[in-house]
Write a protein that binds this ligand. Sequence first.
Ligand code: PAF
Length: 439
Amino acid sequence: MRLFTTITALRCDLTVRKAQRPDGTVGFVPTLGNLHLGHLSLIRRAKLDNDIVVVSVFVNPLQFGPQEDFKQYPRTLEQDLKRCEETGVDVVFSPAPEILLGSSLLSSPTATPTSTLDLPTRTQVIPPQSMTDRLCGSARPGHFPGVTTIVAKLLNIVRPNRVYFGQKDAQQLAIIRRMVADLDWPVEVIACPIVRETSGLALSSRNRYLSPEQRQQAEALYRSLVRGEQIFNQGILSAAAIKQAVWSELSNVSVLKVDYVELVDPETLKPIQNIEEAGLLAVAAYIGSTRLIDNIVLRNRRPILAIDGPAGAGKSTVTRRLSEALGLMYLDTGAMYRAVTWLAMQSQVALQDEPAIAELVHQCQIDLVPQQDTLQVLINQQDVTEGIRSPEVTANVSTLAAQPAVRQALVKQQQSYGRKGGIVAEGRDIGTYVFPMRN
Ligand code: PAF
């Protein structure tokens, strides 16, 4: 593992690594440091998905308000490096503030910017106000522009194929997804589940500010979300009723100063009245001066389950059986790759011509129609159920399946299937829930 503190050295190292492995992918985990099991779960996922894993450790002054804990925030680089090394990270990037923010702004302690609002002369990335003026944004003005400005810089420096964020900061996740989509950046944003203590308390670097008694009191956050989920599972979809259940659980702990209880659309963060597809139920509360957040996604739709593992582990059999047992659609992702291979061959596009294949795939429509015992496969409304099993398609499908543009387009289509009615499929890319298998 290598540690870099300058942008030039990091870029140089990544250029060399990419030259050594031209097809290798880079997974990036940005952090504020003080790594705990939550961060390590992001790193482990990044390792599973990629050839090179980069972690940044940078306490970003731009995302802390003037009254917040920037100075006090735990800085534990040595311990972080040890954890990264043990988890198999390839590169850690830990720059001093002046490297990322410029020395003129930081020349005297009083000039240290404590939020993007203090940076009138610098370019900033400002997320849409509709996503920042609620939830944590109301109590922390300047926080999200501070996050997006630094994440934009880090993405531009590291240029990863995939970047990993925890679902715990659900508002941050939604805002970063939006930034990446709006600015057409070629990076996949991967969300990883919240890691909790056995008590339910979500892991957070700020938990270390809590006394043992406060820790116990903090458990009420997750308990209140579970209460909301129970109401939802009883078939109550009204936001008012669900939020009421959360409030009533929180009010049992008098020392909690609740900042908000919100139910919003997980992508747009707009408040919802009733849960149609999914709702993000989020809470924030102070215990003493420590501000804690937690959330849970309530899904009013059938799940997308992905079975992942090495060749020969029995993924197809498990996928098929699970779909039968759960009454979910078996999504044959292999058939989709075969269908685009068939289309490319029919269209006489050279299979190595990735840009031409990308054009073709991003404009095609694949339909999988369950029949009595089989799955009918249509591409652009043409029935190719038999054609995709030909030896020519079999010989060429792996060439297309290896192309990132093909995977990206098909994953989008697979997810839209999942949203319609729930699916079980092979491959970790599409899953809301991913189940790894071993040989
Ligand atoms: O979630 C965090 O740790 C930070 O907000 C991030 C994404 C590293 C940006 O500083």
